[in-house]
Design a protein around this ligand. Structure first.
Ligand SMILES: NC(=O)c1ccc[n+]([C@@H]2O[C@H](COP(=O)([O-])OP(=O)(O)OC[C@H]3O[C@@H](n4cnc5c(N)ncnc54)[C@H](O)[C@@H]3O)[C@@H](O)[C@H]2O)c1
Length: 447
C-alpha cells in the first residue's frame, strides 16, 4: 500500500516530473531480512578524543563481518557512519563531527545510517559541556532532514559507565529493523544487559503478551516477536476471534479472547501466560481505538471509550501484570503511544489525551523504585503515519499528506513499529528504559 503519490513517482513519467519539480521521491526502505548483513557496505567510524563507544562499534562490526573504515575516499560508498562524540567538552569540539561526517554524506548508500553517540547533557560537568552535548540533538535531527534515499540519522545518549549497554541500540539503529526510525534520541542508562546467544533470535525462551493482536500493528508485533524467538500470547476482543486465531496459529502462539477494558483482563492474561507457558517476560499494550470528533461535537461516550481502551485498561491490567507475581525479573513493558499524543491532532482530543497519558505512564513506571529493582524496563513507541486499517479510514487528502510530511516521504509499515518494540524487549537493552521513540520517519508533526 505505497499510496497514490508514491505509486505515481515510481513510474518513469512521475519520477522525471518529481525530479524536475524537486518533489519528494520516496524509495523502498531497507528492512530486516534474515540473510542480509547488518549494514550494506563498510561503516565509517570515528569521533572526537578518546571515543570509547567507537572502539566498541568496531568490534561489534567485525563480529558481524562488516568492515569499519576511518575515512571515505572520494567516490567511495559507505553503508553507515557512526560518530562518537562522548568526549565533547565545549561547542568547538563539535567541529570533529562536521569534519568526519560532511565528506561522507555524499557517499552514503540508499537506506544508509547515521548514528551519533553522545553523553547525557544533564550529567555534564559545567555549562559548556552541557551545551555541547545538547547541540548533538540539533545536528542529528538536521542531518535527518538533509539525508535522502531512505537514509536515517539518530542520536544515542549514553550515561557515564554505561557504554556496554549501548551495543544493542547501535546495532538496531544500523540495521534494517529501524527503517522508519528517524531523527530520534535514545537514552541509555544503567542496567545489566545480557547478550543473546544468537542475535537472530534475541527473544528465545521468552513469553510475550500482545494486546490487539488480531490485525494491524498488533498482528505484526506478534509476527516479529515470534520471529525473534518469543512465545506469544495473542489477545483481542471476542468479535475479532477468527482473525486472532489466524495470528496465533501463524506465530505458533496461543489466542486469548479478552476485552482489555474488562475488570479481570489483567488476571486472565497473567493466568493464561503462566498456566500455558510458565510465566511472562514481555508485555506489549498495543490495543487501541480512535473515535474522532472536534471537541465541540464530542459526546461523553466517544470520550470515555477512547480513554478507557487506550489508557484506563492499561493502568488496571498493570496492577496485576506488573505485580510481584506478574512479569518476571528483567522483563520488558512496551506501550503504544502516538505522535498525536506529542503534537496533538485536530479532531483527536480524546485520542491525544490517552496517548499523552501513555507517555506520562512510561515516565512514572520507568522511575518506579520497585520496578527498577526488579530490572523491568518500560518504554513506548509513538507511531506516525502507519499503513493499517485505522489509517485506511482517514480521508484521501489527509492520508496522502500524512504519508508525505516526513523525512522519508512515505508512510511506515506495521512491521516498523513491531521491530522497534522487539528491540525494546531485548535483555541486551536492560539500560534502555523511560524512552519514547517515535516510529514516524521524522514526521513534521510535532517535530
Ligand atoms: N496506524 C497508525 O498509523 C497508528 C499511529 C499511531 C498509533 N497507533 C496505535 O497503534 C495501535 C494499533 O493500531 P492499529 O493501526 O493496528 O489499529 P487497528 O484498529 O488496525 O487494530 C487495533 C486492534 O486492537 C483491538 N482492540 C480494540 N479494542 C480492544 C479491546 N477493548 N480489547 C482488546 N482488543 C481491542 C482491535 O480489535 C484490533 O484488532 C493502537 O494503539 C493505535 O492507537 C496507530
Amino acid at each position: 500500500m505505497p499510496g497514490a503519490y508514491a505509486g505515481f513517482v515510481r513510474n518513469p513519467v512521475g519520477k522525471k516530473l518529481a525530479a524536475q519539480l524537486g518533489l519528494p521521491r520516496p524509495v523502498r526502505l531497507r528492512r530486516y531480512a534474515a540473510d542480509a548483513p547488518l549494514v550494506d557496505g563498510p561503516v565509517l567510524v570515528g569521533g572526537h578524543g578518546e571515543a570509547p563507544v567507537a572502539a566498541r562499534v568496531r568490534s561489534l562490526l567485525s563480529a558481524e563481518g562488516v568492515e569499519a573504515v576511518d575515512e571515505v575516499a572520494a567516490g567511495h560508498r559507505v553503508g553507515a557512519v557512526v560518530a562518537d562524540l562522548t568526549a565533547v567538552e565545549t561547542p568547538s569540539d563539535l567541529e570533529a563531527l562536521r569534519a568526519l561526517v560532511a565528506p561522507a554524506l555524499k557517499g552514503l548508500q540508499p537506506s544508509g545510517r547515521m548514528v551519533v553517540v553522545g553523553r547525557l547533557p544533564e550529567e555534564a560537568a559545567g555549562f559548556a559541556q552541557s551545551a555541547a552535548r545538547r547541540a548533538l540533538e540539533g545536528i542529528t535531527r538536521s542531518i535527518g532532514k538533509e539525508l535522502r534515499a531512505g537514509a536515517t540519522a539518530n542520536l544515542v545518549l549514553v550515561a557515564d559507565d554505561a557504554d556496554a549497554n549501548a551495543d544493542a541500540t547501535i546495532r538496531f539503529l544500523l540495521s534494517g529493523r529501524s527503517a522508519y526510525v528517524d531523527g530520534q534520541v535514545v537514552r541509555v542508562g544503567a542496567g545489566a544487559p545480557t547478550e543473546p546467544e544468537d542475535w537472530r533470535a534475541p527473544l528465545a525462551g521468552k513469553v510475550a503478551v500482545v494486546t490487539g493482536a488480531a490485525r494491524g500493528i498488533g498482528a505484526s508485533i506478534a509476527d516479529v516477536l515470534a520471529r525473534d524467538g518469543a512465545t506469544v500470547v495473542c489477545v483481542d476482543v471476542p468479535a475479532a476471534g477468527d482473525a486472532l486465531a489466524r495470528t496465533a496459529n501463524r506465530v505458533g502462539g496461543t489466542a486469548l479472547q479478552v476485552d482489555v477494558t474488562s475488570e479481570d483482563a489483567g488476571r486472565r492474561i497473567l493466568d493464561h501466560a503462566t498456566g500455558r507457558h510458565g510465566g511472562l517476560d514481555i508485555v506489549v499494550h498495543n490495543a487501541g481505538i480512535t473515535r474522532d470528533k472536534l471537541l465541540a461535537n464530542m459526546d461523553g461516550s466517544r470520550w470515555a471509550s477512547v480513554l478507557d481502551v487506550n489508557l484506563g485498561s492499561v493502568l488496571r491490567m498493570n496492577e496485576v501484570l506488573l505485580g510481584d507475581d506478574g512479569i518476571r525479573e528483567g522483563g520488558h513493558v512496551v506501550l503504544v503511544s502516538s505522535i498525536a499524543g506529542i503534537a496533538g491532532n485536530r479532531g483527536q482530543t480524546n485520542y491525544a489525551a490517552s496517548k499523552a497519558g501513555v507517555i506520562g505512564l512510561v515516565d512514572a513506571l520507568s522511575a518506579d523504585d520497585g520496578l527498577r529493582r526488579r530490572g523491568i524496563t518500560v518504554n513506548a513507541v509513538a507511531p506516525g503515519f502507519i499503513e493499517t486499517e485505522m489509517t485506511a479510514n482517514v480521508p484521501f487528502a489527509t492520508r496522502e499528506v500524512g504519508r508525505l510530511l516526513n523525512s522519508l516521504s512515505q508512510g511506515g509499515l506495521p512491521v516498523d513499529v513491531a521491530e522497534t518494540i522487539a528491540w525494546f524487549s531485548q535483555d541486551a537493552n536492560a539500560g534502555v528504559t523511560g524512552n519514547v521513540v517515535r516510529v514516524c520517519g521524522q514526521s513534521l508533526l510535532g517535530a
